[in-house]
Ligand binder design. Sequence first.
Ligand SMILES: *[C@@H]1O[C@H](CO)[C@@H](O)[C@H](O)[C@H]1NC(C)=O
Ligand SMILES: *[C@@H]1O[C@H](CO)[C@@H](O)[C@H](O)[C@H]1NC(C)=O
Length: 325
Amino acid sequence: MKSRYILPFLLLLSHNVLLHCASAAVHSHSVDNNLERESDGSYRSRDYDHYNDAGHNSEFDHEAILGSVKEAEEYDKLSPEESERRLSLLLEKMDLNGDQYIDRKELKLWILNSFINLSREEAEERMSEVDDNRDGTVSWPEYLQDAFGVDAEEEIGPEDTGDSGMLLQEEKEMFKAADINGDGSLDLFEFEVFTNPEEHAPMHPYLVNQTLREKDRNNDGKIDFDEYVGDRGSHEDKAWMISERDKFDHELDLDGDGSLDLMEIEKWVIPDNDEIAEEEVEHLVATADEDRDGALSFAEVLRHRHVFVGSDQRHALGEHFDDEL
Ligand SMILES: *[C@@H]1O[C@H](CO)[C@@H](O)[C@H](O)[C@H]1NC(C)=O
Ligand SMILES: *[C@@H]1O[C@H](CO)[C@@H](O)[C@H](O)[C@H]1NC(C)=O
């Protein structure tokens, strides 16, 4: 029993060590090691690991329904009966009009709320690392110490970036913007805005500006294809270049004028939670709507509960279930 807890503990430990090393290495200009960003500099979407090299990863589905990573892990340890009982209670809450069906609209609203809850949970965890004096808020010096590993701003060079790939000045402006009541430190909600800026529209202009600072070499306020590729081009092959060109032309450069303006940069670097929630609704409905009436009855969800909330004991024992087929 005990050994089950050792691996997560080690992972946690190495994660902290990684973060710590990243803070020590304030001279790094690369965002490659950043856990929150893709290699092109865009922010990772909530579902970035939903389909990975190993195929479909149901953890994202569970988190989208439960709104909590901790709870999703807990569900994996429940008996089938307990898992079913708890899911039934959730369904009652999800079913806003009380017709005993979860329709697409109800499911989408629920998932969007889950994203908010996940974001809060992430902020809580991060806060417990940063809030050194345990007063429930994060002051600028506390953040400085955590993200840059220094006590004073003077120790940071103008070109040095912290864990998030941002310059001190950029972080400082974002800290101010997130400090909604202007009292100099961030409470949990403000800290959540600060640490998950991609999920808060008022913060988006800062992220767009940061992207320009990193990529817009000729300072014309736009990003052309060469700037978009940047240094990444030198260690990639021709096929990579062709696929990036295709992505640039057909997904990012919406007006087809050869470069990305502020609006196009925002659409590229900021994940669209609304779209992600819609895709997740389609995925879950396709999986569980047995009679194809476009809505999920409670019974349909319960029959597919390992897709929605967790694998319960059969999965924990290593058996593989795949409802996608
Ligand atoms: C989000 O959290 C609130 C407060 O803890 C809870 O009442 C709600 O059911 C959660 N919603 C989702 C979608 O997880
Ligand atoms: C972004 O950069 C522009 C141009 O330098 C500036 O006018 C604007 O205030 C910046 N926005 C934010 C949120 O920093």
